[in-house]
Design a protein around this ligand. Sequence first.
Ligand SMILES: Cc1ncc(COP(=O)(O)O)c(C=O)c1O
Length: 383
Amino acid sequence: MQSIYLDNGATSFPKAPGVGEAMARYINEIGANINRGTYKRASAAAMAVLDTRTALATLFSFGGGEDHVVFTPGATAGLNLILQGYLREGDHVIVSSLEHNAVMRPLTALAAKGVSFSRIPADENGLTDPGDMLPLIRPNTRLVMASHASNVCGALFPLEEIAAICAEKDIPLAVDAAQTAGHYPINFDALHLAALCVPGHKGLLGPQGVGALLLDRKFAQALEPIVTGGTGSASDSETQPQYMPDRFEAGTQNLPGIFGLQAALAFVQSRGVETLRDHETALTARLLEGLKTLPLRIAGPLTTQRRVGVVSVDMTADNAVAAYKLENEYGVMTRCGLHCAPNAHKTLHTFPQGTIRFSLGYASTEADVDAAVMALRGIVGAF
Ligand SMILES: Cc1ncc(COP(=O)(O)O)c(C=O)c1O
């Protein structure tokens, strides 16, 4: 049977060429920790870590300096750091209506401690009107945090417009780029972001367990670390160093992951994010056209404008049965359910049944898309 991977929204597959080799090279030939030894292999590891920070800064047009590129275990860890490390009792936050639980669960926990939040409404296709944020701003609004693109329906958040409002009102803007980093160009400095949170294992094509948080210098100082511990620096002191990135990088770093990410970033840079985006946009257009010929609802934008290559459908029959058949009868791997974003489904009117999500990647092909549409056609016919 064919094997077609269309679950890149969960994690990318295949990884970029060279990722596995780079990780194996670190494990088999380097193996040393950083900030803790002065021998040559420790320096080689430290150089690779610095180079990876530089590559991330370059990719996201971030002029804040490599020391403000913080490694995290993933997007979730970075988002938790922003929310828990910045917000205090009495603060108010504005989020989009399509947030992932990586934002909503920590925010709900903070709500129990006196932090309040409002959601900018979105329409039933997941599109947000930036003007709808204005009435939500309060004197105690300390942060706007939004997912750049929905992991459920692919709708892009109007980041430029919201960034302009945040700049005018002097409210820090933190972006969850889990579904756009590596898929869609992001210019940190032009958007005047406070924070950009990226996972290494999705569009950046690196391994699981590593991600990054890019922090504006002023915002970084206002952010308290939520994990403290050894950094290999300032070891005469029992308090966390204030300087970056050590302030937020307690404990041994995921060095195999960072080596893998370094190789992945080299690939992403060599292809170019615009080229990757154009490829995925062309495939998304093809997928949307194919899906429109079937008796199902596409939950999300119906054209490639204002969206990325994450496409959800709601069948008239049982979504779970259809997704099961897609994999077991046609070899098409998708994800079915609520995708950790219940309010996104309420917005899209796909709650509680959820959707079948097709998510494209750099290695997806026209043949993959056509096979997925053909498979769905067969399943619909069989119901
Ligand atoms: C929009 C969004 N935010 C955050 C996350 C969490 O990312 P990670 O699991 O890499 O921490 C995901 C993962 O699916 C996501 O899609």
